[in-house]
Design a protein around this ligand. Structure first.
Ligand SMILES: Nc1ncnc2c1ncn2[C@@H]1O[C@H](COP(=O)(O)OP(=O)(O)OP(=O)(O)O)[C@@H](O)[C@H]1O
Length: 303
């Protein structure tokens, strides 16, 4: 059973005074497999937040169907299994983080457990600020608290709208490792982020949304077409003829070669042939497009 199954989803925001509506989603079909780490990317105004709100039952679709964790997003039993970090967080400034988590736990139908909440605050790097008023928190601290609230009760599905917004680079590394831990635990992750490097590091599937439509969807390595092609750098002085007969194509740049290898065995066999000819490997990386290039070329081609 997929974690999220959306078909023919449309959302038109009505405008006042009878003016034409604003089509935020124009017929979206999307399936998010259970246990996947799924990234939604796209330009400003593409409909990403609207899509997230629709799968959470926060906005009512104009047309189409939404199933989440096998049920309706409006079912409180389904909602209790979803952790959500919204794009714009509204936090009560006069409260402490612990009081806030206690209330969120109650709203989720969980028993407030102080020790567990403190562990959670520690996990998001807020242990030392647990007793401080939220009003005095920085933007990044507020995001971390929002993430802690989303993680309450070990949800089956984690929906995060720009989770690292305002978080410093060190903090992003921490957040990333929390998300990776959750995915390893079996949680399905649905991530909307403009930080494509984050999506690339955390997600295994990606959908590109633009102007209310899904332009591409698939496994990250399929989208980046980097699966079979490798860039290999050898130490200077290697016999170019020997490398060519080992299957490496010269690029014109000193020591840099390309090779197509369907799987790790084929890649290693080619490297063994090169080494047998005296070549010394210096650098090896996949020769695909990064997500930024995939996004800009996909959106550019559709415009
Ligand atoms: N409450 C609303 N009323 C009217 N129009 C809205 C509303 N919310 C969003 N829209 C419009 O719907 C479209 C999609 O907005 P949405 O916020 O879903 O995009 P997004 O991809 O999340 O954008 P961003 O990356 O800038 O956050 C935009 O044209 C936006 O102006």
């Amino acid at each position: 059973m997929p974690a999220i199954e959306v078909s023919g989803l449309r959302k038109t925001y009505r405008r006042a005074f009878g003016r034409a509506g604003n089509d935020a989603l124009r017929g979206v079909d999307l399936t998010v497999p259970e246990g996947s780490a799924f990234g939604l990317i796209g330009p400003n105004g593409a409909g990403k937040t609207t899509f997230i709100k629709a799968i959470l039952g926060i906005v009512q679709p104009t047309a189409g169907t939404v199933r989440v964790l096998g049920g309706s997003p409006e079912d409180p039993r389904i909602r209790a299994r979803i952790g959500y970090l919204p794009e714009r967080l509204h936090l009560p400034g006069a409260w402490t983080a612990t009081a806030f988590l206690n209330t969120v736990a109650r709203l989720k139908g969980l028993r407030p457990e102080e020790a567990a909440h403190l562990r959670l605050l520690e996990r998001v790097g807020l242990a030392s600020a647990a007793g401080r008023r939220i009003g005095g928190y920085s933007k990044g601290m507020r995001q971390r608290l929002g993430l802690a609230a989303a993680l309450l009760g070990s949800p089956s599905l984690l929906v995060l709208d720009e989770p690292t917004d305002g978080i410093d680079p060190m903090g992003r590394v921490e957040v990333r490792s929390i998300l990776q831990e959750e995915v390893r635990r079996g949680t399905t992750l649905f991530l909307n982020s403009h930080l494509l490097a984050e999506t690339e590091r955390v997600c295994d599937r990606v959908a590109i949304l633009a102007d209310g439509r899904v332009l591409r969807e698939g496994r990250l390595e399929e989208l980046s077409r980097g699966g079979a092609r490798w860039a290999v750098r050898f130490a200077p002085g290697t016999d170019a003829g020997a490398l060519a007969s080992a299957g490496f194509q010269a690029t014109g740049s000193e020591g840099l070669y390309h090779i197509e290898a369907a799987d790790p065995a084929a890649l290693n066999a080619a490297l063994d042939r090169a080494r047998a000819a005296g070549a010394l490997l210096v650098e090896l990386k996949r020769d695909g497009q990064d997500l930024e290039a995939v996004l800009t070329s996909t959106v550019g081609a559709a415009a």
